[in-house]
Design a protein around this ligand. Structure first.
Ligand SMILES: *Cc1c(COP(=O)(O)O)cnc(C)c1O
Length: 431
């Protein structure tokens, strides 16, 4: 296909000439960057295939179980595939883990006992975990069970505060938790390398402390995962990277045999653990999604890098910036005005394969202190490995953007966001 017809196709979808050409010019400059992302995906693709081959994955594994789910070989083999991919002793990968918050809560509740202390060394954790821990008083929190919480913030430059960590560790410290992704904060995302150094430091003080990583949005963005550099336990959501866009629900915990067993006894029941839990009909999507996850994540990463380069060139502050290395798939763009945030989200929505005709509007949301606008046209409700964006309507009027099951869709979404900004006179395209 020559570029004329591609341009026409974009025009049919509502992208004007000027936006299209700026997009093409930007993409051209990113060739080398994208090649590195593809190489990373190639390595991770082989890693997943190797784990599937080693565990002799076969068609019978997709059939699923009902009721108690005894002897569900497909479920048990999938857990071995996860464990081998992430180089851990064991794994718990279940549709009964409802979301990322649940996976992390499960990892914490099952491995902490009354009078233990949980220590976060990457500052304030993700919003939904505040109620899990009891930072915001909440029914059923760890605090209610007599688990205390301490926190060491990252240094100004984003590094771990080693002296602060040393001072915060005491004889009650049972789990040290690290959040890899910045989530909706402006601090940098932590690289696996950096996480490994922090784990080594904690272990040098007290080797029996469990080091756990919230790995949400981080899977397959690098060659290694936190469990390759000493983390004892890692948790995440299957409607983010490792579900590859196909998993309709679920979460995972991987780690040492003891940590994962504890989680299984809490998820189901003491005595039952991993032996029960029907997989119903979801295993095919879990396997196939995991198989696709490295390349899906690569598409989302390219989208994030592309967005940073587009919006930085237009004069907006972007986090991470256009050239920074990536350790998760989230891109923040500070648009500076409520109109900018709204136009951006309208563009993402208009580019979706599902619900493209819907107009997102800012709205009051539980847990937020300002109106929030959200854009998503997803095959799986709330899936954020699919192209999605959201922004609180308050300064600095930043929008958080992530996902895209294919690079081509992510590109369309970003161009469409720019198109809406351009039409509203909110952006000047660089010459
Ligand atoms: C998404 C996310 C969570 C919570 O996951 P949910 O599936 O939304 O419950 C926790 N931590 C981080 C860093 C996340 O990005």
């Amino acid at each position: 296909m020559n570029s004329d017809t591609l341009e026409k196709m974009y025009e049919r979808l509502g992208i004007c000439d000027a936006v299209y050409h700026f997009g093409q010019k930007t993409e051209e400059k990113l060739k080398e960057r994208f090649a590195v992302i593809d190489e990373n995906a190639e390595y991770n693709q082989l890693k997943v295939i190797h784990a599937m081959q080693k565990n002799r994955v076969c068609a019978e594994h997709f059939s699923g179980s009902t009721g108690y789910g005894y002897n569900d070989d497909g479920r048990d083999t999938l857990e071995k595939v996860y464990a081998d991919t992430f180089h851990t002793e064991d794994a718990l990968v279940r549709p009964q883990i409802t979301c990322g918050t649940h996976a992390i809560a499960l990892a914490l509740f099952s491995n902490l006992r009354p009078n233990d202390e949980l220590l976060s060394i990457s500052g304030k954790p993700y919003d939904t975990l505040e109620e899990v821990i009891g930072i915001r008083p909440s029914r059923g929190s760890l605090a209610e069970y007599g688990v205390t919480y301490a926190q060491v913030d990252l240094l100004e430059n984003g590094d771990f505060d080693l002296e602060g960590i040393r001072a915060a560790i005491n004889e009650r410290t049972r789990i040290v938790t690290i959040q890899r992704s910045k989530g909706y904060q402006t601090r940098p995302t932590l690289s696996v390398d950096k996480i490994g150094q922090a784990v080594d430091f904690v272990k040098s003080i007290r080797p029996d402390i469990i080091c756990m990583v919230d790995n949400c949005y981080g899977e397959f963005t690098e060659l290694m995962e936190p469990t390759d550099v000493g983390a004892d336990m890692m948790a995440g959501s299957l409607i983010k990277n490792p579900g590859g866009g196909l998993a309709p629900v679920g979460g995972y915990i991987v780690g040492t045999k003891e940590c994962v067993e504890n989680a299984a006894y809490r998820l189901t029941s003491p005595g039952l653990g991993k032996e029960v839990g029907a997989s119903l009909g979801i295993l095919n999507s879990f396997y196939q999604g995991f198989f696709l996850a490295p390349t899906v994540t690569a598409g989302a990463l390219k989208g994030a890098v592309f967005a940073a380069n587009i919006y930085e060139a237009c004069g907006f502050h972007v986090v991470p910036d256009s050239s920074e290395s990536r350790h998760d798939i989230i891109q923040a763009v500070e648009l500076g005005t409520p109109e900018g945030v709204i136009a951006f989200c309208k563009g993402i929505q208009a580019a979706a394969p599902v619900d493209s005709y819907v107009t997102p509007e800012p709205w009051a949301m539980p847990g937020y202190d300002s109106d929030v606008i959200m854009a998503a046209g997803a095959f799986v409700q709330g899936s954020s490995i699919e192209l999605s964006a959201d922004g609180p309507i308050k300064p600095p009027y930043a929008v958080y953007f992530q996902g895209g099951l294919t690079w081509q869709h992510a590109k369309l979404g970003i161009l469409m966001s720019l198109q809406k900004m351009y039409e509203a006179g909110l952006v000047k395209l660089p010459q």
